[in-house]
Design a protein around this ligand. Structure first.
Ligand code: PEP
Ligand code: MN
Length: 269
């Protein structure tokens, strides 16, 4: 079988992509939330504001893949339960990262979409298990991975029977130091021509700088992506993790408004 044949041909039916009224293929995804879930009150207050500001999916990290073992590791299953509650209150689909096969079952009970982070894109045993669990999966690009390696990772999931894979470009490592990573929007434009899977963009981890979130979110629209994922906090400077790349609810609302305007413009293009 041709290497990228699966991602090409094993299409999920359009209706299978609908999660709580959001069609992950046809609706532009505006995924927002904190890098880490800190406590229940933080999530409830923030999520309700994000929904009003334009978010149609809510994110929050519970299992945090930290470079240092001494850094905050996330609230774990307790955080997943908090996000589950937020999903009920807001009526919006929820997204959270999974690091370990042993947490899949508990996480699936509470969360609508599972995320594989950049560090686990090549964790093939995790990918195979996620292929069996039938949940939509956001598969982030490995920070040092080629587009081909990324697609082949998607095929590990699709091969097991789960066709609902959303690819997420989150920047790659280059020689550049003034941004956290280098946002490769060309990968998005290329993949949108190649595979029948939604592709989203994460300007937060791609840039590491909050002043770059709006310009890169707007640039993403014309890469033909299916949405963006942004880290947002009520008090960005106080966010426990990734505060430098985290924007306020007010900034998020502006980004949403401008994105919608650009999408309308693009439709008439
Ligand atoms: C995240 O989305 O919280 C995250 C850790 O992202 P990445 O895997 O892209 O670093
Ligand atoms: Mn983060």
């Amino acid at each position: 079988m041709n290497r990228t044949e699966l991602a090409f041909s094993k299409k999920a039916l359009l209706e299978e992509w609908t999660v709580k009224d959001i069609n992950l293929k046809t609706n532009y995804m505006l995924i927002a939330g904190p890098c880490s879930i800190e406590n229940y009150d933080q999530m409830e207050c923030l999520a309700l504001k994000l929904k009003k500001a334009g978010a149609n999916l809510i994110r929050g990290g519970a299992f945090k893949p930290r470079t240092s073992p001494y850094s905050f590791q996330g609230l774990g299953v307790e955080g997943i339960k908090i996000l589950g509650e937020i999903g009920k209150i807001t009526g919006l689909p929820t997204v959270s990262e999974i690091l370990d096969i042993r947490d899949i079952e508990a996480t699936c009970k509470y969360i609508d979409i599972l995320q594989v982070g950049t560090r686990n894109m090549m964790n093939y045993s995790l990918l195979k298990e996620l292929g069996k669990c039938k949940m939509p999966i956001i598969l982030k690009r490995g920070m040092c991975s080629t587009i081909e390696e990324w697609i082949l990772s998607a095929e590990y999931i699709i091969n097991e029977g789960n066709n609902r894979v959303i690819l997420c470009e989150r920047g790659i490592r280059t020689f550049e130091k003034w941004t956290r990573n280098t946002l490769d929007l060309s990968s998005v434009a290329l993949l949108k021509n190649m595979v029948d899977l939604p592709v989203i963009v994460d300007p937060s981890h791609a840039t590491g700088r909050r002043e770059l979130i709006e310009p890169m979110s707007l640039a993403a629209v014309f890469s033909n992506c299916n949405g963006i994922m942004l880290e947002v906090h009520e008090t960005p400077d106080l966010a426990i993790t990734d505060s430098k790349q985290t924007i306020s609810v007010e900034t998020f609302e502006e980004v949403c408004g401008k994105t919608r305007r650009l999408l309308q413009l693009k439709e008439k293009w």
